[in-house]
Design a protein around this ligand. Structure first.
Ligand code: F6R
Length: 362
């Protein structure tokens, strides 16, 4: 069942390139067009998007917001389903509400989507279980088709959700924001990602396994990212706390000086996601500030960048891709790091305490 892997979580981390490829094969036509299988005209009159989700699905949704806004120019909000359901924002016309839930059974997400539906919004579900409860609530469903995920900590379903958001953003962008040539280039960029994901998995697992021994007794971790990688900092922190029970916080790197920097000392490692792009220099200088407080610095960064080598004590190398695609790669070393820290601590990685795969209670 685990095909030689010690835990389902590790197996599922390794399945991610295949999941991404299968998603591209299913949702991009032979003529290289996005075909998400939505009803005809489903997004035609849509002017804004509201996304509702919990946990890791909420993190994928934050990246979805970035893509919908930056690639397609569609104003987008992301709300915790548990918050939206008791304080929904004022209704606006031509809103698409998207519920994102791997299990399709998360009680808060279902209730929030039901509320949106009762208010007359068009509702879309993004799920890994097309036969689940969300199918009854949403007007249309997109299948993330990652295959059943057994590890409680979501990994491959997160990657699959990201792919759907890339494609949905392209679908919106095709209404005029991007030219056909730009869309083709974007699809080409997506097609290159699985090979890069494989390279990270093959090249780094040993190294991360060794590195993670340093943190067996660490009590607190900080994760920093900016822009499209800020949600990856949140996801890195969530993964680590879920399975290793180490306290971890994710912050937008620029916010550190507004409070969290007070936490830093030599016992609090900082993981910074520093990928070339609009905020690269900024993240490096935020990391430098952390280093000045004696924090041990781990960078998810390009291997042969001199500036990164100067700042970071350890580098988890990632290939250089257009910044817009980087979250698909940067999340992988963080998944491996949390996995190996938890495994070194001898914890039940696939069944962490107090957590369930489907949260069907409020
Ligand atoms: C993260 C995790 C949880 C879920 C959350 C939402 O590893 O397992 O945070 O992401 O409970 O679950 P779904 O996506 O099923 O609605």
């Amino acid at each position: 069942e685990k095909q030689g892997f010690k835990h389902y979580m590790l197996k599922e981390i390794y399945e991610q390139p295949g999941v991404f490829r299968a998603g591209l094969a299913r949702y991009i036509s032979e003529a290289n067009h996005v075909q998400l299988g939505l009803p005809a005209g489903f997004i035609d009159s849509i002017e804004r998007v509201e996304i509702l989700a919990c946990g890791t699905s909420w993190h994928a949704s934050l990246i979805g917001k970035y893509l919908l806004e930056q690639v397609a120019g569609i104003p987008t909000t992301v709300q915790y389903a548990s918050e939206y359901r008791y304080s929904p924002p004022p209704s606006l016309n031509n809103t698409l509400v998207i519920g994102v839930t791997q299990s399709g059974e998360t009680a808060d997400t279902l209730a929030a989507l039901e509320l949106a539906k009762s208010r007359g919004d068009r509702c879309l579900g993004i799920t890994n279980r097309t036969e689940s409860s969300i199918a009854r609530v949403a007007d249309a469903i997109i299948d993330t088709q990652a295959g059943i995920e057994i590890g409680v900590a979501a990994t491959k379903t997160f990657i699959a959700q990201l792919l759907i958001f890339y494609l949905l953003a392209l679908d919106f962008a095709a209404r005029g924001k991007l030219t056909e040539v730009q869309i083709q280039e974007f699809i080409e960029g997506l097609r290159q990602l699985p090979a890069y994901m494989e390279r990270i998995l093959e090249g780094q697992e040993r190294y991360i396994e060794d590195l993670s021994r340093l943190f067996t007794h660490t009590k607190d971790f900080i994760f920093l990212g900016r822009g499209i990688n800020f949600p990856i900092a949140l996801e890195g922190a969530l993964k680590l706390k879920e399975i290793s029970y180490i306290h971890a916080e994710g912050y937008p790197a620029g916010e550190m000086k507004h409070g969290p920097i007070a936490l830093l000392d030599e016992d609090v490692p900082v993981v910074a996601i520093a990928t070339p792009g609009a905020v690269y220099e900024k993240v490096l200088s935020n990391s430098q500030e952390a280093k000045a407080r004696d924090a041990k610095l781990i960078g998810v960064a390009p291997i042969d960048d001199l500036a990164a080598h100067e700042v970071f004590d350890h580098i988890l190398p990632i290939p250089i891709v257009d910044e817009i695609f980087s979250p698909v790669l940067t999340v992988i070393p963080l998944q491996l790091l949390s996995y190996h820290v938890a495994a070194h601590r001898g914890l039940d990685v696939d069944q962490p305490r107090n957590l369930a795969k489907s949260v069907t209670v409020e």
